[in-house]
Write a protein that binds this ligand. Structure first.
Ligand code: BGC
Length: 248
């Protein structure tokens, strides 16, 4: 069983065809820079470009940086505000001619990691945090996804929005060393730990490929694992959603 998985991010739109029996990409991963302002039609056209480059005509799943219900975006942080209330599924369907299913990008990464990243039997509360332009969060509690959490926007006392303070984009914007950024991220993990008492944190996104850069500065009590699927998890989880393989 295959589907096209697309991961829409604040800086790039990535896609590949995924074999869902193995949880692996079976084509090259195509990436385009996210169009300036990331407005609906411009983003949909990039997705159509990926589908046509991969000669894909079946179902498409899209991991999207917003809370999503029934394919409609309910929030917008690193994308145009005009997504809010837009039936994103319809806009992308129109551009691609395919059936489209959307879900939050961190939820997509979390379900893929759980299914194919060796987490299948993990009990208790696992908190996934994807670090990129935004801070994406997902809870999987005893194997069941709690969708659309948006805890990357947790308000940290005296620091403000967690994403603005501790995302990878914040590190770049502030020109911080990994040590300075890691202390900020640790502050965020600390807040998440005291609020939710998870059994495990899983870190995904680009930085999960280089734990040696920051893990020595992290000092929370909860065990932390880097995502096994690295930054392909979002694409794989989106493809799962296209085929109705969500965890709920
Ligand atoms: C968005 C989330 C998204 C995260 C990672 C945040 O700004 O609000 O919906 O999961 O970025 O892309």
């Amino acid at each position: 069983m295959k589907a096209l998985g697309i991961d829409v991010g604040g800086s790039g739109i990535k896609g590949a065809i995924v074999d869902l029996n193995r949880g692996e990409l079976v084509t090259d991963r195509i990436r385009y820079v996210t169009p300036k302002h990331a407005r609906p039609r411009a983003v949909a056209l990039k997705i159509a470009k990926i589908a046509s480059k991969l000669e894909w005509r079946g179902e498409i799943g899209v991991g999207f940086p917003a809370a999503i219900k029934n394919n409609v975006a309910l929030s917008a942080s690193n994308i145009a505000q005009s997504w809010i209330g837009t039936d994103a599924g319809e806009v992308i369907s129109k551009a691609t001619g395919s059936k489209v299913t959307l879900l939050n990008d961190a939820d997509a990464a979390a379900i893929a990691e759980f299914e194919y990243g060796g987490q299948k039997d993990t009990q208790g509360l696992v908190i996934f945090i994807t670090i990129g332009t935004g801070l994406g969060t997902a809870f999987i509690n005893n194997g069941v996804l709690v969708p659309n959490l948006e805890l990357g926007h947790l308000y940290l006392k005296n620091k403000g929005d967690a994403e603005w303070y501790a995302s990878n984009a914040a590190r770049k914007r502030n020109n911080h060393s990994w040590k300075v950024w890691a202390r900020r991220f640790n502050h965020y993990l600390d807040a998440m730990e005291s609020l939710f008492q998870p059994d495990q944190f899983v870190i995904g996104g680009g930085v999960s490929k280089r734990p040696e850069l920051f893990m020595e500065y992290i000092s929370v009590n909860t065990p932390i694992r880097m995502a096994a699927l690295k930054n392909e998890a979002g694409i794989i989880g989106a493809a799962m959603a296209a085929r109705g393989l969500k965890r709920h």
